[in-house]
Design a protein around this ligand. Structure first.
Ligand SMILES: [Zn+2]
Length: 351
């Protein structure tokens, strides 16, 4: 039914332009992290190189798509792979109220404590504070201290500078082995989004972001697939069973093309003893994203059924929903999803 498909495409394009286009913040900056990075004419390695970018250069972002960032050039625009750039959000308009600090200084109790650009986990990590170092507190903003580290102002989460007195405050991620399973890959593209995007790409994006965050927290992170390749379901659970796995997290996205308004997040477990793991992660994600909560459920998925280690499967959103599909491509939203998963894991490991 070609006419129907055309209508859907047109409709999607209109919706995209009218509503979600605005959510991809145009004032975002891309700072190049790789050296001699190819700038291409389109979002993929198949497109020809139209120039080079080098470490530290900064460009305005036009849009983000499938792991690629369109950047503004002196004339026209070009595309660079997202994994080689650091995206900074412009902080226009939502400056949080700073309050005078009643704490004059803090001492860092953990090695490599994250210092972020702003007072929220949505902001990028700009550097790390060293264990045992004392810093003057300039102000407080919600749960964050503003400090100056190496002549640069940044924010440290208050929880991270609470001295480790109780068991609750210990770094629960240290020595934990976490396997991240990016769903699908290679010839198995998974579900298809409203603009013909693939579930496998979104799953990989989230897996990669989660990997980085968990590594910062000291976990030993393993991926069932390192790139866009086909890996069988049995290899995935076997990998989990053969490792000293403390948690196996399978990442997926949903699609119901017939119902483009459907949205929400759902977490699955198979064995009853993994119910809490699913519950805490689900709660964490909903809290961070404000997405509609589709709850947790027992799910008979092979990667869970044949998995002997604590394991869950997350359905992190509907790529058939044009608005969500666009939102899921933003770094800021991916960071929220990851923050929610990390929060759930923290609660699970703390038990
Ligand atoms: Zn899937």
């Amino acid at each position: 039914m070609h006419s129907r498909k055309l209508m859907t495409v047109l409709f999607t394009a209109i919706i995209f332009l009218c509503t979600t286009g605005v959510e991809i913040v145009y004032a975002d900056e891309a700072i190049i992290e790789g050296s001699n990075l190819n700038i291409r004419s389109g979002p993929g390695t198949d497109y020809e190189s139209v120039g080079m970018a080098d470490t530290g250069e900064s460009y305005s972002i036009v849009q983000q798509k499938n792991g690629w960032v369109e950047i503004e050039l002196q004339s026209g625009s070009g595309w660079v792979a997202e994994e080689f750039v650091n995206i900074t959000e412009s902080s226009t308009g939502n400056e949080e109220t700073k309050t005078e600090s009643n704490v004059s200084s803090i001492t860092i109790p953990y090695e490599n404590t994250q210092v972020r650009e702003g007072p929220s986990t949505d902001y990028d990590i700009i550097q790390f504070a060293e264990k045992g170092t004392e810093y003057d507190v300039m102000s407080q903003s919600g749960d964050w201290y503003e400090v100056t580290v190496n002549d640069r102002t940044g924010y440290i989460l208050k929880d991270l500078v609470t001295a480790p007195k109780e068991a609750n405050n210990k770094n629960v991620f240290k020595n934990k082995t976490i396997i991240i399973d990016a769903g699908h890959g290679g010839r198995d593209v998974g579900a298809i989004g409203s603009t013909d995007t693939y579930e496998k790409s979104f799953a990989y994006l989230t897996a990669h972001e989660l990997e980085q965050e968990l590594q910062y927290l000291g976990a030993n992170v393993l991926l069932t697939r390192e790139q866009d390749e086909f890996i069988s379901l049995s290899s995935r659970s076997t990998y989990s069973n053969f490792n000293d796995t403390d948690a196996f997290i399978s990442i997926h996205y949903n699609s119901v093309p017939e119902l483009p308004n459907v949205s929400g997040i759902e977490s699955f477990y198979y064995a009853d003893q993994n119910k809490n793991l699913a519950k805490y992660i689900q709660q964490g994600i909903i809290k961070e994203t404000d997405e509609s909560d589709r709850g947790i459920a027992m799910g008979d998925f092979q990667v869970l059924r044949t998995n002997l280690k604590p394991s869950v499967l997350l359905e992190l959103g509907f790529i058939s929903n044009p608005e969500k599909e666009a939102l899921l491509q933003t770094n800021a939203y991916q960071k929220k999803l990851v923050a929610g998963i990390v929060e759930g894991l923290r609660k699970y490991f703390n038990e």
